[in-house]
Design a protein around this ligand. Sequence first.
Ligand SMILES: NC(=O)c1ccc[n+]([C@@H]2O[C@H](COP(=O)([O-])OP(=O)(O)OC[C@H]3O[C@@H](n4cnc5c(N)ncnc54)[C@H](O)[C@@H]3O)[C@@H](O)[C@H]2O)c1
Length: 354
Amino acid sequence: MTVRVGLIGCGFIGRFHSAAIRAVVSRQLLDVEYVAVCDENADRARSFARITGAEAITDAAEVIDSPDIDAVYICVPTADHKELVLRAADRGKHIFCEKPLATNLGDVEEMVAAVDAANVRAAVGLVLRHSPILTVLHELMQDATLGRLMTVVFRDDQFFPITGQYASDWRKDVAVAGAGTLLEHSIHDIDVLHWLAGPVRSVSGTTRNFAGHEGIEDLVVASLDFESGAQASLTSIWHSVIGRPSTRLIEVFFEKGLFHLDHDYLGPIHLQKHALSAETIPEEEVQRRYLQMLGLDAAEFEGMLRYSLEDYLFLKALTEDRAPFPDFHTALEAHRVVDAIYRSGEAGGPVVLL
Ligand SMILES: NC(=O)c1ccc[n+]([C@@H]2O[C@H](COP(=O)([O-])OP(=O)(O)OC[C@H]3O[C@@H](n4cnc5c(N)ncnc54)[C@H](O)[C@@H]3O)[C@@H](O)[C@H]2O)c1
């Protein structure tokens, strides 16, 4: 069936989604129409409209209420997600909402309940679920000869995202962002850890605030205990090394093997198993395996590998009347863990997840 799309929020991440929707439409990959682009800043809406041919609108409610729109992308700063999601659910619109879903766990629970009650499709922008390197890593980790998973060492760092390509300063405002590097950025990492290592049983963590923006931590060191018996450590940093790209280092140790990654999307995977010497799966092979796992033709989809497949897969699910993934329930799990780490920091001890 045809899916008519409206995008709300023509900023940093809206640009990525808009380009991906355009690619899907212009290559006629799916039966999708790009109907409206919306930003409260009229110049931004107009600039997206010029490129996409979609109508420029400044009022998000007008987009959500439009009978000509089936699905909305919500790409505005975090504090505004809830109001728009609740409205979209009430109007029976399918939703793609950027992460984090909301500034606090209570709001996330309300949003999940609303989309469930309305029976609309609701996906979340936990884009690392579509990462080729992490998808191939996850597949490699299913090898039973590796023995039990012991630990994951996860380091995530980026410069404080209020300068450079982010060019907006709401991430230093606790009323809009909700918190700092753990909620705003490392919710991706928490979701990946859950994906790789299974449900989390308990956490402990500490937060620090070097830059001094009230309520916005820029360092988190957390430890996660999984139901499987494995453990993970996460260090999440917002520093001031402008010019260093956002990067993640992930080391996964099994009883009889280990994996090492210095990329979070495309790149080589280093591994060593049993008594064998270390080997490397090059980036091209990671890419080939990923597209093969998805059953996608390399020539047609190679150009969409970096970030656009997230939108292609979301829109494909809608056109086929299927549930998209990752969905709001996936996000809820990550929000529960994030919330528990903050509570641990406040209480000064471990927090058990129920
Ligand atoms: N998945 C990811 O990796 C990823 C990356 C970056 C941002 N994000 C998330 O996406 C969201 C947006 O972040 P961003 O970096 O694009 O922000 P941004 O500031 O670059 O863009 C937000 C845009 O929304 C507009 N806007 C704000 N409130 C609005 C409203 N009520 N109605 C219409 N327009 C409105 C602003 O004018 C701005 O153009 C945040 O929740 C952020 O956490 C996710």
